[in-house]
Write a new protein. Structure first.
Length: 65
């Protein structure tokens, strides 16, 4: 299940692995720091600068600042 759009991720769809806490911020490749997201959802998470969206993503455990 994609935590961004709340839709199932099918294995034949494009998806990406997201680091909750980025490597450059001290995150790791440990399974607890990784999420599977739809490619389009991952782009939203990665590129948004909206404080509201960022707060929503943080509350859902999608990002860690």
């Amino acid at each position: 299940m994609c935590l961004v759009c709340n839709q199932p991720i099918n294995l034949w769809e494009k998806f990406e692995i997201h680091h909750v806490k980025p490597i450059k911020a001290g995150g790791s490749d440990h399974i607890r720091n990784l999420l599977m997201l739809h490619t389009s959802c991952h782009k939203v998470v990665t590129h948004t600068r909206s404080p509201k969206l960022m707060a929503d993503f943080e509350a859902k455990g999608i990002i860690k600042r």
